[in-house]
Design a protein around this ligand. Structure first.
Ligand code: HEM
Length: 421
């Protein structure tokens, strides 16, 4: 139970259904009342509801949950009416799922499929957030303007350039539409993606999907900093939801930015980064700490004593060498090397079994970041990292995605309405 803003007490799916009535699961856009998903901290309690509607979509500055299921889809229709209908349907159903309700059309008889796939029944809402985005190919694909949207493509949604060392598999990146489902319970996140895919059948095909099993970032000051698969605390110097000025400057598309339909939205970059775990595990502790620029135990910057000590990039040892090495990850990724630019990181650890050729684990960081304009944020940061970062010895970027994340749905509207109405 919690009385914090932006969160509601734990209620099981079954109890919610009893009290709210399953008949609300209509296919039209329902005027469901809900609190706005502003930059207010939500409780971390299991089962709380994170409001779906608001100025911004949830799942960006709302506290990062433990589990991720993300999927990208390609549209198989070229009718803009189909796209609008799909986004209206997805909006209604996603909101129902964030409230812990069943989804899908009512079964007409026991001989037809049941309304909901059922695996999340009885589970609490689990702070599910569902975040929708549009890939560059929605606006233009193979030179074709399928939906009449080419003129609306944001300049900030410019294709990412190639980076040194990239080994990208196009079948694991891109996509016309993307859906990020995050929850405290992996079944709830999986259920969300599965049911949206089911409801989209005939209009979309899934292009790729990624499961993340542990958050690698904190997005709120009250969250404990998690560790990534390299064993280091990750998210210490991230933008946090309490820093509303920092979010306004670095994450949200501002009221003065163009195009107008993106105001209140953001841009998401995803990178599937494989870690060469076996190589990393053979590196000495000292090497590992010099690579990141922080201590492995406390997370303190080298030269500091506690995790949140300021990073002193100007400190030099008695021999004149920089205390935080010139090629350390935090030196090159931080704002001092990048014209003050910051990003909101919200990634997850992943593992997809093992590489059958090498016998090594296929595991790493599914990097996700949000920003106001990737051209001046992710791109210059990653350009610098790809050329100089000491971490490159231990990682390889194997898939990439770039998406415009429209603003949140209004009380009676749908996600994407500002673009499509
Ligand atoms: C597998 C790949 C990566 C690993 C293991 C990793 C790990 C880390 C760790 C341990 C920290 C220090 C703690 C913190 O402040 O959060 C950090 C900081 C940071 N990382 Fe990464 N990172 C990876 C990829 C990336 C990429 C691709 C980017 C962006 C293009 C990035 C951007 C940042 C930024 C901006 C910081 C904060 C630096 C500061 O202001 O002090 N990281 N990362």
């Amino acid at each position: 139970m919690t009385d914090e803003p932006g969160a509601r007490p734990v209620v099981s799916r079954r109890r919610l259904l009893g009290s709210l009535g399953v008949a609300t699961a209509g296919l039209a856009v329902a005027g469901v009342a809900s609190a706005a998903a502003k930059d207010t901290p939500a409780s971390d309690a299991l089962g709380d509801i994170v409001p779906f509607r608001g100025d911004h979509q949830s799942g960006i500055s709302t506290p990062a949950q433990e589990r991720l299921q993300m999927a990208a889809f390609d549209l198989t229709t070229d009718r803009v009416e189909d796209l609008i209908g799909l986004l209206q349907l997805w909006t209604v159903e996603a909101e129902l799922m964030t409230r812990g309700e069943l989804v899908g059309p009512p079964a007409s008889s026991p001989l037809s499929p049941p309304r909901d796939t059922g695996e999340a029944e009885g589970l609490p809402p689990s702070r599910l957030t569902v975040t929708f985005g549009f890939g560059p190919t929605l606006f233009e694909k193979d030179g074709e303007d399928r939906f009449g949207l080419a003129s609306q493509r944001p300049a900030a949604l410019a294709d990412l350039p190639p980076f040194a060392g990239d080994e990208l598999d196009p079948s694991r990146g891109g996509g016309d539409l993307v859906v990020q489902a995050c929850a405290a319970d992996p079944v709830v996140a999986f259920h969300a993606i599965r049911n949206l895919a089911r409801l989209g059948r005939g209009l979309v095909v899934m292009r790729w999907s990624q499961l993340g099993f542990g958050r690698t970032s904190s997005t709120g000051a009250s969250q404990v900093t998690p560790r990534n698969l390299m064993g280091f605390k990750d998210g210490t110097n991230n933008l946090k939801l309490e820093d509303t000025a920092g979010l306004a400057a670095n994450v949200w598309v501002a009221p003065t930015d163009d195009p107008a339909w993106m105001r209140g939205g953001s841009y998401m970059v995803t990178r599937r980064i494989r870690m060469l775990i076996e190589t990393w595990d053979r590196a000495s502790l000292d090497d590992q700490q010099q690579t990141i620029g922080r201590r492995k135990d406390s997370g303190a910057p080298i030269g500091g004593t506690a995790e949140f000590d300021p990073v002193d990039l100007s400190a030099h040892s008695a021999t004149g060498a920089p205390v935080i090495p010139a090629d350390a990850h935090i030196r090159l990724a931080g704002p001092a090397s990048n014209d003050g630019q910051r990003i909101l990181r919200r990634g997850y650890s992943f593992t997809d079994g093992m590489d059958l050729v090498t016998g090594q684990l296929d595991a790493g960081l599914f990097f996700i970041c949000f920003q106001r304009d990737p051209r001046v944020q992710f791109v210059p940061i990653q350009r610098r990292l790809s050329r100089q970062d000491a971490l490159n010895e231990y990682i390889v970027h194997v898939a990439s995605g770039l998406y415009a994340i429209p603003p949140g749905a209004s009380p009676n509207g749908y996600v994407g309405e500002t673009l499509l109405s």
